[in-house]
Design a binder for this molecule. Structure first.
Ligand SMILES: [Zn+2]
Length: 359
């Protein structure tokens, strides 16, 4: 999201239950008054709108004159939220930090280091976990009075990535929340959130998005020349598993295009040419082996999807069944940190053997 955009739950797509829950907190209706809870647990898969909803809800909470659950866009808090510099909207994220070298550095950190603007423009590195010292500092800052004299909002993105000690620290704050503070805690799987945390939060569930919603969002976010062709779009939607984040990653990495061409080569008996194309695409991820392995995993998921498609079209599952062990062996090799190059060569050898046995 560009930092000049005003986050709003109105921009949330395909998450009606969540939209209703946040609206109910902001707008009174005939049966219930508006009531903002001290903590919300936004749970669901990554890439379906949890962070967007958290920021949109936070902005409406901080706005001086929200209209029908939407921030007004004209008051000072709205301007600060649009610029991602509101000092009472503190965000700690596994992807963007803040991260501190030691406790001394974290103690010197002011609210500014927890604003989204502080990290804007920096390349989002691999998600590295939320440090307990960053979380402690966030809680210290929340216990001071709000800079603007009103409400304070803390976004924790996400609980799955908080260091173990940090979960206990957070729990203490949820038990005795600082005044006028709202916690927005993101989590993937509610079953992995300790009951003690769940019981102190209002739960808001996020679901995987339907394919038409994902294609509409892709059409909005991608430039015309970036948009996948219809056949490619089908692959992207199949790989997305209901997540816009995954769909965008697939398109931006060229998985639907260069990746698909390489995988087609690998699955056809065209031999090492397919392996070389696959290796080129995998190495384009950069020199880090973890990033390359992610691409190998993406290729394996794509290959499986393509083999399933072919089985559905041909009406026989023989080929698919003969290829399945090759894909699962590939995934196991990735998990065991085998070099991407070796995984691809082994995959090709297994595919070739499977073909000889079935044809
Ligand atoms: Zn406003």
């Amino acid at each position: 999201m560009a930092s000049s955009e005003l986050p709003s739950i109105g921009a949330l797509r395909g998450q009606e239950t969540a939209t209703r829950a946040f609206r109910a907190a902001l707008v009174a209706d005939t049966s219930s008054p508006a009531r903002v809870a001290g903590a919300y647990l936004l749970h669901g898969p990554r890439g379906v709108g949890r962070a967007l909803a958290a920021l949109g809800f936070a902005t409406a909470l901080l706005c001086r004159a929200p209209v029908d659950a939407q921030p007004c866009g004209r008051c000072k808090p709205c301007h600060l939220c649009a610029a991602a510099t509101h000092p009472d909207l503190l965000v700690v994220s596994a992807e963007t930090g803040p991260r501190f070298r030691d406790d001394g550095e974290s103690l010197r950190a002011g609210p500014g280091q927890f604003t989204r603007a502080h990290h804007a423009g920096k390349k989002a590195g691999p998600r590295r976990g939320i440090q307990v010292r960053a979380l402690r500092r966030l809680l210290d800052l929340l216990s001071l009075s709000a800079a603007a004299g009103g409400r304070k909002v803390a976004v924790i993105d996400s609980l799955d990535e908080v260091e173990d000690e940090g979960v206990a620290t957070l729990l203490k704050s949820l038990e005795e929340p600082p005044r006028d503070t709202t916690f927005l805690v993101l989590a993937r799987d509610i079953d992995s959130v300790p009951d003690t945390i769940v019981s102190r939060c209002q739960r808001v569930r996020f679901r995987p998005l339907a394919p038409p919603v994902i294609s509409a969002i892709l059409a909005e976010r991608l430039a015309p020349e970036e948009r996948p062709r219809p056949e490619e779009l089908r692959l992207v939607l199949g790989l997305s598993q209901g997540s816009v984040g995954r769909a965008l990653d697939a398109v931006r990495s060229g998985l639907h295009h260069e990746g698909a061409a390489a995988m087609t080569g690998l699955l056809q008996p065209s031999g090492p040419v397919g392996v070389e194309a696959a290796r080129d695409w995998v190495q384009a991820a950069g020199r880090e082996l973890a990033a390359q392995r992610e691409r190998v995993r993406a290729l394996l998921a794509l290959g499986l999807l393509m083999a399933r498609d072919r089985a559905a079209r041909s009406g026989t599952a023989d080929e698919l069944e003969s290829l399945l062990p090759a894909f699962s062996a590939g995934l196991e090799a990735c998990d065991a940190n085998v070099s991407p190059d070796l995984v691809l060569h082994a995959l090709w050898a297994r595919v070739r053997r499977a073909r000889r046995l079935t044809t």
